[in-house]
Design a protein around this ligand. Sequence first.
Ligand SMILES: Nc1nc2c(c(=O)[nH]1)N(C=O)[C@@H](CNc1ccc(C(=O)N[C@@H](CCC(=O)O)C(=O)O)cc1)CN2
Ligand SMILES: Nc1ncnc2c1ncn2[C@@H]1O[C@H](COP(=O)(O)OP(=O)(O)OP(=O)(O)O)[C@@H](O)[C@H]1O
Length: 183
Amino acid sequence: MFKSKGLARQHQQNRLKKLVADHPDKKAAEEKQLHQKLFASSFWQQANHVALTHAMAFEVATEPIIQRAWQEGKFVYLAKVEANRALSFRLVTEKTPLVQSGKLGLWEPTSEVTIAKDSLDLVIVPALAFDFVSHHRLGFGGGYYDRFLFEYEGASVGLVLEEQSGLTWPVDQHDQAVQYLIK
Ligand SMILES: Nc1nc2c(c(=O)[nH]1)N(C=O)[C@@H](CNc1ccc(C(=O)N[C@@H](CCC(=O)O)C(=O)O)cc1)CN2
Ligand SMILES: Nc1ncnc2c1ncn2[C@@H]1O[C@H](COP(=O)(O)OP(=O)(O)OP(=O)(O)O)[C@@H](O)[C@H]1O
């Protein structure tokens, strides 16, 4: 059990960055399996409007998910950080340019078309770690997904690398659980 979320975050960032640097093939193989399980799930097959992030190198890759969604004729929305620590999800097509922004250098969509929370069918939620018992997630500390998932009624899923499981940290009252975890 980590004493604070901050310590757990630091530990996980180092662990995931080490995985990309030292064992990129292991990460890629795990990701491939996670993607296949996602594509086989009923909540993926039933989803028409899918929200996700453009992943950083040490996160679970989302590019193959985006490509697959387009192939299957789904609508894809990518996260953009807004004022007051809110998130919006903006429609992206093959033609939508992404721009790098913020301290973390996240790639975000330039499109102006946003989707309302209640119109999304599936949200693929990023995290540094997930807890398989409670389905809680450890994020980067912005609380973006806690705010978004509060009163969100569609499906939500986390894709969990071996290196993103097995730890525990203090849970706060505002922490929102993810509906499905794929490992
Ligand atoms: N790829 C990806 N995109 C994502 C997320 C994610 O986890 N992964 N998010 C998941 O929520 C949202 C962005 N979350 C963020 C969380 C914190 C900070 C941030 O700037 N935090 C510190 C500085 C970072 C640091 O050095 O520790 C700050 O506020 O000063 C920015 C974005 C939306 N997009
Ligand atoms: N619903 C909410 N309303 C207001 N503030 C919130 C809400 N949810 C979280 N916060 C605030 O956001 C901050 C970060 O929360 P937390 O550490 O749980 O982030 P996280 O889930 O790890 O990050 P992220 O979702 O951005 O990846 C906390 O200071 C918390 O008080």
